[in-house]
Design a protein around this ligand. Sequence first.
Ligand SMILES: Cc1cc2nc3c(=O)[nH]c(=O)nc-3n(C[C@H](O)[C@H](O)[C@H](O)COP(=O)(O)OP(=O)(O)OC[C@H]3O[C@@H](n4cnc5c(N)ncnc54)[C@H](O)[C@@H]3O)c2cc1C
Length: 460
Amino acid sequence: MTTTRPTDRIPGFQGTVVGPADPDYDTVRRCFNRDHDQHPALIARCTGPEDVRAALRYARENSLGVAVRGGGHATAGFASCEGGLVVDTSPMKHVEIDPEARTGRFGAGLTWGELDAATQEFGLAVTGGRVSDTGVAGLTLGSGSGWLERMYGPSARNLVSAEVVTADGRILHTDAEENAELFWGLRGGGGNFGVVTEFGFRLHPVGPLLYAGMLLHPRSAAGPLARFYRDFLEQAPDEVTGAFALVTAPPEEFVPEEARGKPACAVIVAYVGDPARGEEALRPLVEWGDPLVRMVRPMPYTAVQRMLDDGTPTGVSEYFKIDYLPELPDEAIDTAIALAESIGSPLTQLIFCPLGGAMDRLDGDAMALTVPPTKWVYFCLAVWWGSEDRLHHIAWARDLHSALRPWTTGTSVPNFILADEGARLRSSYGPEKYARLVALKNRYDPGNVFALNQNIPPSG
Ligand SMILES: Cc1cc2nc3c(=O)[nH]c(=O)nc-3n(C[C@H](O)[C@H](O)[C@H](O)COP(=O)(O)OP(=O)(O)OC[C@H]3O[C@@H](n4cnc5c(N)ncnc54)[C@H](O)[C@@H]3O)c2cc1C
């Protein structure tokens, strides 16, 4: 008896198709956030734009809902679906770098760890995610915040071209001149307008070594340390980057035994430039107080990009709240520290990142992404294992978000907006950009095929 492999069912498909009967189905279907455990009917692992086109046609002809996957890190679980078809772009990992022009073209399936490794061979980099297995695709389309942003802006700003397969199967090249309106929408409009198969980035000289690392202080130092950090960063040159975070000290050898598992404050530091200058510029921060851990030294940029990897291991569940703070007053700091007392999981982190520098000089008209003129952004990452206490962790993140609201803009980058936050999405873009995005959606995806994302529904 012959069995029909799912692959045979998508005419013209060159990649592999994985269905529930396949032994690797459970491995392939899983996304980063285990809080969303979904079972698609088929996963079409695409090798290029023609495969994407074939998969979209198959979904249309069989009335299957569509999810699009890059690195599978979407907090809201948008990269998969129940009973539908996943257009999985993760097998597309080609890289083409022009070191003279300082540009590169990258397959949509690359992770930031893979892209960083490729660009660093030429001493180049582009702003990318702070956790190395996050996908280039989703992160860039929905903004792209990273350690380099005070120097070079978010990933979306550095996007110079994209190849897109639209809902009706057209394969389009987009850049500032060709299909310019679509290109504008891809820079911050998320996965609303098509499946991107290739990203073109402007690259910048970075590394190979940066003066960077981490300091860990006891939580008792949080108040004065956060104030010092704020004042230091607000005066620092663009090259200085990093974060201040309320965390639990990890059970690692580099942490003194008595501090492991206890509330702590982490300071991530990096200087995007000459390491000797970095040592000089960061000295006041590195020498502040009496840290439990002081691990700051020249290190490869690729290691800087992996510094947070261990904090978010594969298989966890997570819930995010993010917001911008025009200023970071003492009251906001004290409120955050007080609420951090009731963090319910050792993996949960409340991170404050400085903006400023290039983030103040973005050409807001050139892209859909809106970054308000603010000095700070916080990332409240509730992270836990398994399904126990799920509601407690989510409630904690929501409470924190409400408690900090007097000092925040109430907006976010698209990547951190959840499925039930349509009003927040609209206000984050602002009315003019949102109307322009709806017009783009009407033009390129009037049937809302690409609905599993920070969705901009067509007006029809
Ligand atoms: C551990 C962790 C760390 C993170 N760190 C950062 C950070 O430092 N900076 C930051 O800005 N964000 C960060 N994020 C958020 C991240 O940017 C978003 O979750 C982003 O959507 C992830 O992209 P992805 O390709 O991995 O996700 P996916 O889940 O694969 O996709 C996310 C969205 O993009 C769409 N999409 C994916 N691929 C394509 C494609 N090829 N064409 C069109 N649409 C596509 C999907 O449909 C989905 O709506 C982090 C998230 C996690 C879980």
